[in-house]
Design a protein around this ligand. Structure first.
Ligand code: MCN
Length: 790
């Protein structure tokens, strides 16, 4: 194939639009007659609303309407639904308390939406919101994950006993107990996975519009999955049939998971537009993002590994407490269960695994999928534990990993925690990463750093993750309320250019480029002839959106399936034109030819004939060249890899600097190497951020202490080294492209490699473990608390 098919490092088609200021983001959209919404939010972590006096606000200049929970109740709006049902150990369903669009009766976290004020301008709405008189009765609040399950803890929801959403388990407890009983050694580790605040560049925004003549509602929103938002909002919250609800997610400035969910503001502006018969626009302020965008992680875990005398892993036991926040966000329940505990085998052939996960409500922002969702938590736990096992058995950490890897010839490999990995070669990715990172040269670099008074450490992490979410059969069996196939409509225009309508969403991943490359490869046309359309329920038949690095493995495969149908139909047309049998038509490099002859027709000739039929067998062949395909994957895809991090610590200040970072990932066949490199680098930057800087903190009363960039440290360019990215390829065995997702691998593999490096740098200070983030204060204290072992 030509220069811009699969494997080409083609520059991103969409970037010119973005970097020249021509992106079309939700806040760029303005509807005629539009009014502006401001949301009055709770400044209390937990309180009863005794009453809201809206009179002064409603009378303020420019105010069009003021709505509260009472209006939500009066209009019988439904609550925001949770998409994943989890069952307790005893088979009973999880607790699913209602999550109203505007607070009804109580507020449950700082940031909870209390009232919607709509005015002629944003400022007028904001000013009027100050005039609302809200009579609160403060209630005791639960701010921390551990406090939620203490006996006598205040209840976030009156009817959720002990604040427990679910108490779930996976694996074979008896087999694990038996293995522990005969173990040579048991190594235990307590870990915390720090809570993160997403901070996409573009804050969330939503515009609701209502067309009184047709009764149709339109929602423009910063979403990663417009069809799912339409389904959830229409069916559960506003009770609207889909044909009266259009959801458009235009350009979206970053998501990394936090824009997957159906948020209250989306339903609020759509509902309000219908009530006031005017478009209603809401754009989050950055401060609101901190306290309303679903947070990530927040696990407290205990992990124990049983090993034999040679360091072979015999069994793993894990117990995790996961914070759900005040309400269940759309996919919250799936994250610490099916996206986390099913990954606890990692890259190791541990024969028995048992995990218990209890999830709890607290008076904090809802927690949901973010930057890898569940898999980073599993990887952090395992890769820290493996390093501690190495330390306590005296076996070299690389050798210990090698000894326990699932061998390359053991695939397909069934883990003890539900997943079946289809392919991988962990020895090769490890060897490749160690070589690229010059692992063997580290001792010399450590000595050189010591000569400058610096502590240098190196850390490794080997991981596998499950993406390409989600095979309907597997997802259904695991508790999802929907199968997660993907849809592609490939429309060939008469002169041979192509528009692809995909149900996935691109908010930074470059689908407009890579999906065009797939079509270019398939149809033998230049990628510049292919337009990719996403993010509009009125244009795309259906779609499950983007999360879990599913767009290429699932959405890309749907495109292949649709183009295969195009080629099959093209062959029939070519056979007719060249008076040959369909079986004799070959398609290669954009040409249909009759096997064994020099007769051929270019792709564009066939497409023109499809639309402008001449002497065409209409009764046998419908005109047009436009095919739709639904692709439901047979399994997840399992990217894996090895990340090596090298740090230098200044013992005077405790500051950690990442001086080298090497990632070698196996993401199957690579469509666009430059985009994969960028995706991995972005993910690694986020992983370094989590490991060294980022942490959402609440005080005991439930106030968010890290509510701005002054208090919540994001990684910046000068915190990052030049991140070296390499790939090793084992093909996915069940999708037509052989691809595995790559969008999250950087954030999944990197955090433990950073902490392993920090612990290694502190090897003279007897540090066994430290939880993320390894802030200068924490590292300095460890250095000063522990005299060097000389
Ligand atoms: N790709 C490729 N070859 C592969 C794998 C992927 O060329 N073997 C390309 C794909 O064609 C696509 C990109 O890499 O252009 C990422 O594809 P994929 O791994 O399928 O991941 P998704 O597009 O489904 O996005 C996954 C992940 C998620 S869940 C979010 S959210 C996300 C992300 O990755 N948010 C992002 N990457 C992001 N990148 C940016 N810049 N901004 C975001 O908000």
């Amino acid at each position: 194939m030509g220069h811009d098919g699969i494997g080409a490092s083609m520059r991103r088609k969409e970037d010119h639009r973005f970097i020249s200021g021509h992106g079309n983001y939700t806040d760029d959209i303005n509807r005629p007659g539009q009014a502006y919404a401001y949301i009055k939010r709770s400044d209390r972590p937990h309180a009863r609303i005794r009453g809201i006096d809206t009179a002064a606000a409603a009378a303020a200049p420019g105010v069009v309407a003021v709505f509260t929970g009472k209006d939500v109740e009066a209009d019988q709006l439904g609550g925001l639904p949770c998409g994943w049902q989890i069952h307790n150990k005893d088979g009973s369903p999880m607790a699913e308390p209602p999550h109203p669009v505007l607070a009804i009766g109580k507020v449950r976290y700082v940031g909870d939406a209390v009232a919607l004020v709509i005015a002629e301008s944003r400022q007028q709405a904001k000013d009027a919101a100050e005039l609302l008189v809200i009579d609160y009765e403060d209630l005791p609040a639960i701010a921390s994950t551990l406090d939620a399950i203490k006996p006598g803890a205040a209840l976030v929801h009156d009817d959720v006993a002990g604040n427990v959403c679910y108490d779930w388990h996976i694996g074979d407890a008896a087999a694990v107990d038996a293995a522990f009983a005969k173990a040579h050694k048991i190594v235990a580790l307590d870990l915390v996975n720090n809570r993160l605040i997403p901070n996409p560049m573009e804050p969330r925004a939503a515009i609701g519009d209502y067309d009184a003549s047709s009764g149709e509602y339109t929602l423009f929103t910063t979403s990663q999955n417009p069809h799912v938002i339409r389904l959830l909002m229409g069916a559960f919250v506003l009770h609207l049939p889909e044909h009266l609800l259009r959801v458009v997610a235009p350009d979206v400035g970053g998501g990394f998971g936090t824009k997957i969910f159906h948020y209250a503001e989306e339903a609020a502006v759509t509902w309000a537009a219908g009530k006031i018969r005017r478009p209603v626009k809401w754009t989050s302020e950055r401060g609101e993002s901190f306290m309303t965008d679903a947070h990530g992680r927040d696990h407290v875990s205990k992990a124990e590994m049983a090993v034999d005398a040679e360091g072979h892993f015999l069994a793993l036991r894990v117990s995790t407490l996961a914070n759900m926040g005040a309400y269940l966000s759309t996919f919250a329940t799936s994250v610490p269960t099916y996206l986390y505990a099913t990954l606890l085998a990692g890259v190791y052939k541990t024969p028995a695994i048992y995990a218990e996960v209890k999830s709890v409500f607290t008076n904090t922002v809802p927690v949901d999928a973010y930057r890898g969702a569940g898999r980073p938590e599993a990887t952090f736990l395992l890769e820290r534990l493996v390093d501690v096992v190495a330390r306590e058995t005296g076996i070299d950490r690389i050798e210990l990993r090698r000894r326990n890897f699932i061998p390359a010839d053991a695939f397909p490999y069934q883990t003890p925690v539900a997943l079946q990995y289809d392919s991988g070669d962990y020895q090769t990715t490890l060897a490749s990463a160690l070589k690229a990172a010059d692992w063997d040269g580290f001792d010399a670099r450590r000595r050189a750093a010591a000569a400058k008074g610096k502590l240098r450490g190196i850390g490794v992490s080997t991981y596998v993750e499950a993406c390409g979410i989600a095979p309907s059969a597997v997802a259904g069996a695991l508790g999802a309320r929907a199968g997660l196939y993907e849809v592609a409509n490939v429309r060939v225009h008469p002169t041979g250019s192509v528009t692809v309508f995909t149900g996935t969403h691109s908010h930074g991943q470059g689908h407009e480029t890579t999906f065009a490359q797939i079509v270019a490869e398939q149809l033998g046309i230049p990628a510049s002839q292919v337009e990719v359309v996403h993010g509009d329920t009125a244009k795309i038949p259906f779609g499950m959106g983007t999360y879990g690095s599913r767009s290429l493995p699932v959405g890309g495969s749907a495109i292949v399936k649709a183009t295969d149908k195009i080629i099959a139909k093209g062959k029939k047309i070519a056979a007719h034109l060249m008076e040959a049998s369909v079986d004799d038509i070959e398609f290669k490099d954009g040409k249909f030819s009759v096997a064994g002859t020099d007769k051929s027709k270019a792709f564009a000739e066939i497409s023109l004939t499809a639309y402008v039929p001449h002497n065409y067998p209409i009764e046998e062949l419908e005109p047009g060249l436009d095919e739709t395909a639904f692709y439901d994957p047979k399994n997840f895809t399992f990217p894996g890899g090895c990340h090596v991090c090298e740090v230098e610590i200044d013992p005077e200040t405790g500051t950690t600097t990442v001086v080298r970072f090497t990632a070698v990932d196996d993401v199957g066949r690579v469509i666009n190497p430059m985009i994969v490199e960028g995706q991995v680098q972005g993910g690694v930057a986020q992983g370094i951020g989590q490991a060294l800087m980022e942490c959402a903190l609440y005080d005991e009363s439930g106030q968010l202490q890290t509510g701005s960039f002054m208090d919540y440290t994001m990684p910046r360019a000068d915190n990052l080294p030049n991140i070296s990215v390499g790939t090793e390829v084992t093909l996915c065995t069940h999708n037509p492209l052989g691809v595995k997702g790559c969008g999250e691998v950087g954030a999944i593999g990197s955090p433990p490699s950073v902490i392993n490096a920090v612990v290694d740098a502190l090897r003279d200070y007897d540090v066994r473990h430290l939880n993320m983030p390894a802030t200068p204060a924490k590292v300095w204290q460890l250095i000063h608390a522990n005299a060097p072992r000389m």
